[in-house]
Design a protein around this ligand. Structure first.
Ligand code: NOJ
Length: 517
């Protein structure tokens, strides 16, 4: 029997560097996480997804992996990771880890060997080394983080990096690369991990020598699906461990092809994440999601935030509530009270939909994006690569406030690697645990109900007018969200299970969601 827990799971994303610091160096680690496992068990989540925990020079928050078979010393040791997996399992929590197959660190053994071996060597064939066009790079591709996608090495060749220069791209036409990653998957499956989140999953195949063909030169190219078919055979051989794709693609049909029965199990629903707070737009995204997933038998996922995107309470407090990577809207006027009100409603909408749901650490606390981190402290490579025009993603990576009245808010004893705003005194886990009206209290209640009767299954829309999203789930629970400016009548029900804000008698106020029996 293959396992199916993931079809309706609530998965909590831990950004290890910012979750909890166990050794006083200001950086989160496994000791800190292990010390707070009880918090996660109590929250009612089914699994934890950890961002990369491998040895890394941290040029891109660990997405520059130097060794795929060990743990970054700042975070702990391999033995500690094994202990952590065991402890989580004993609490009934599954563990998903990140795998980064598009690129390694320039400090990986493979890349260092390729550099040393020189032009034409077998070691260089595992990356994309090419001669330039005179003093120009081999082609005009631009890095996703800004600037050229090629860097020149001392012997005159150039290597490709779709992200930072410290992240050389693997060449997936090399059978050695395929074999290496099969082995990496097995290494961690053997240590008990329940699945992988696959970084930048759609961009592995590219041919920088080819003439442009009018299509995106590295996204969703022929051959990429074969990689995941191979991986699926590996994961199935472990009794159904799972593969979750980070697949950013506007074309929903193309996106869904990654979820065919012999490829990945699920993939992040970024169309939903980027959608503005607008009833028609949300309804369309939800319908497209359901329509593209159903024929494949794959459960959708619902995501409001992660370590790459502006925090929801900030996004929803702006005049333009959409999100796009090339348009982070840093510094745009924000009404945080409105944003928080809407984020509460969005949470109930998200957790009621059929399929899996992700909660990014701090989302359950309603943390806002921190937009005033001094430039000198910013570590996201986007800041420098954009010529300091885009402040990047550090604002959603600020360490978690656990307790107390002042920074570091119980995060650890050292100075947090990014400064926490003093105003977070009201947003600590401790403060919110004592307040039944807090965001944390809402997430706890919602996850409890969700665990008992939501998750995987189907939904039926109810028509309550153009400003309202309303649907019934298989258990009979009805979710109603009012996205319009005026209160609307609440449909007939026997009880109110949960509301994102105060109700006005029989009316559901603006930007409010309710779960009804
Ligand atoms: C997606 C990850 O989520 C992001 O943080 C990272 O910078 C890129 N992939 C490159 O690995």
């Amino acid at each position: 029997m293959l396992e199916t827990w993931w079809r309706g799971a609530a998965i909590y994303q831990v950004y290890l560097r910012s979750f909890a610091d166990g050794n006083g160096d200001g950086l989160g680690d496994l000791a800190g996480l292990r010390g707070h496992l009880g918090y996660l068990a109590e929250l009612g989540i089914n699994a934890i997804w950890l961002n990369p925990w491998y040895p890394s020079p941290m040029s891109d928050g660990g997405y520059d992996v130097a060794d795929y078979r060990d743990i970054e010393p700042i975070f702990g040791t391999l033995a500690e990771a094994e202990k952590f997996i065991e402890e989580a399992h004993s609490l009934g929590i599954k563990i998903i880890i990140d795998v980064v197959p598009n690129h390694s660190s320039d400090q990986s053994a493979w890349f260092k060997e390729a550099l040393a071996a020189g032009p034409g060597s077998a070691a260089r064939k595992n990356f994309w080394f090419r001669p330039g066009r005179g003093d120009l790079p081999p082609n005009d591709w631009q890095s996703i983080f800004g600037g050229p996608a090629w860097t020149r090495v001392p012997d005159g060749e150039w290597y490709l990096h779709l992200f930072a220069p410290e992240q050389p791209d693997f060449n997936w036409t090399s059978p050695e690369v395929h074999a290496e990653f099969h082995d990496v998957l097995r290494f961690w499956f053997d240590r008990g991990v329940d699945g992988f989140r696959i970084d930048s999953a759609a961009v592995l195949i590219k041919d920088p020598d080819a003439e442009p063909d009018g299509k995106d030169p590295y996204t969703d190219r022929d051959g990429v699906h074969e990689i995941y078919r191979e991986w699926r055979r590996v994961s199935d051989s472990y009794g159904g461990r799972i593969l979750i794709g980070e697949v950013w693609m506007p074309d929903q049909e193309a996106f869904a092809r990654y979820l065919r029965p012999d490829e990945m199990h699920t993939a992040f629903n970024f169309a939903f994440l980027g959608c503005p707070w607008d009833p028609a737009a949300l309804r369309e995204v939800i319908d497209t999601t359901m329509d593209t997933h159903a024929p494949l038998g794959a459960p959708p996922t619902w995501v409001l935030s992660n370590h790459d995107v502006t925090r929801p309470v900030t996004r929803y407090g702006r005049a333009d509530t959409s999100f796009g990577h090339d348009d982070r809207k840093h510094g745009m006027p924000t009404d945080l009270a409105l944003g928080t009100h809407r984020a509460r409603a969005a949470a109930l909408l998200t957790m009621a939909l059929p399929g899996g749901v992700y909660v990014y650490q701090g989302e359950e606390l309603g943390l806002p994006e921190v937009e005033d981190i001094p430039g000198a402290l910013l570590q996201d490579p986007i800041w420098e690569r954009s010529g300091r025009t885009d402040r990047g993603r550090d604002g959603c990576r600020v360490p978690i406030p656990w307790s107390g009245e002042a920074p570091p808010f119980g995060y650890g004893t050292g100075e947090p690697w990014l400064p926490q705003p003093a105003s977070w005194a009201q947003l600590t886990v401790e403060a919110q645990s004592a307040d039944p009206g807090s965001m944390l209290a809402l997430y706890r209640k919602a996850l409890l109900i969700r665990g008992a009767e939501l998750g995987d299954g189907t939904m039926t829309w109810l028509d309550l007018g153009p400003d309202v999203l309303a649907f019934r789930r298989d258990s009979g629970l009805t979710c109603v969200v009012n996205l319009g400016p005026d209160p609307v009548p609440i449909p007939a029900h026997s009880s109110v299970l949960l509301a994102s804000g105060p109700l006005a008698g029989d009316l559901l106020p603006a930007d409010t969601a309710v779960w009804l029996r």
